[in-house]
Design a protein around this ligand. Structure first.
Ligand SMILES: CC(C)(COP(=O)(O)OP(=O)(O)OC[C@H]1O[C@@H](n2cnc3c(N)ncnc32)[C@H](O)[C@@H]1OP(=O)(O)O)[C@@H](O)C(=O)NCCC(=O)NCCS
Length: 158
């Protein structure tokens, strides 16, 4: 049986940040590089350090760190009427422990309980879709051939 981590017994620190300090962006970039290198499912395009920096400059992030390493994060923009999640990932050797479920629940239920939350995901990314649907996100649209590999983007709202 899979042993699930909650934010309460996670052996590390949660950090909520704004803007784009270089060390945090570099840690996100490293994590994503590892995820892309091992992903079996299409994730929907890679992120350069420059792209991440631009997105983070006008965004907020929720990060989990353990022993100085970033293990899971959500990078999002606050809009007038809700949150737009730009990218999220858990590093490969911490996946399947419930970390992203805990982070998303914390974001949607504790930090922004009255906000809508939107995101998009590659139509071939089964694990991420399972995650969003488990948490109560609902499908609200499709962008045809949105990704560079020709894949559609499924839009979700919470
Ligand atoms: C998708 C992703 C963020 C999930 O992170 P995680 O911390 O491993 O997820 P959790 O352990 O919190 O999983 C929670 C739920 O998500 C779903 N899920 C997560 N990984 C899954 C997998 N490989 N297969 C099927 N369902 C999966 C399940 O419903 C799971 O609940 P369960 O364990 O009770 O079945 C992670 O696999 C990842 O970083 N993927 C690459 C990046 C990516 O695809 N990002 C999303 C698009 S930007």
């Amino acid at each position: 049986m899979k042993c699930k981590t909650t934010l309460w017994d996670f052996d590390g620190q949660m950090e909520r940040g704004t803007g784009a300090p270089l060390s945090r962006i570099q840690a996100m970039h490293r994590l994503l590089e590892g995820v892309y290198a091992s992903a079996k499912d299409p994730i929907g395009g890679s992120w350069s350090l420059e792209q991440l920096t631009q997105v983070a400059e006008r965004g907020e992030s929720l990060c989990l760190w353990a022993q100085g390493e970033l293990v899971s994060f959500i990078l999002y923009h606050r809009l007038m009427d809700g949150l737009d999640i730009m990218v999220l990932a858990t590093c490969v050797n911490h996946q399947g422990r419930g970390l992203m479920e805990a982070l998303l629940n914390h974001l949607c239920q504790n930090l922004y309980p009255h906000s809508s939350v939107w995101l998009e995901v590659h139509s071939g990314n089964g694990p991420a879709q399972m995650l969003y649907e488990k948490l109560g996100f609902r499908r609200c649209g499709v962008r045809r051939r949105y990704y560079r590999d020709g894949g559609d983007a499924i839009l979700y709202a919470y």
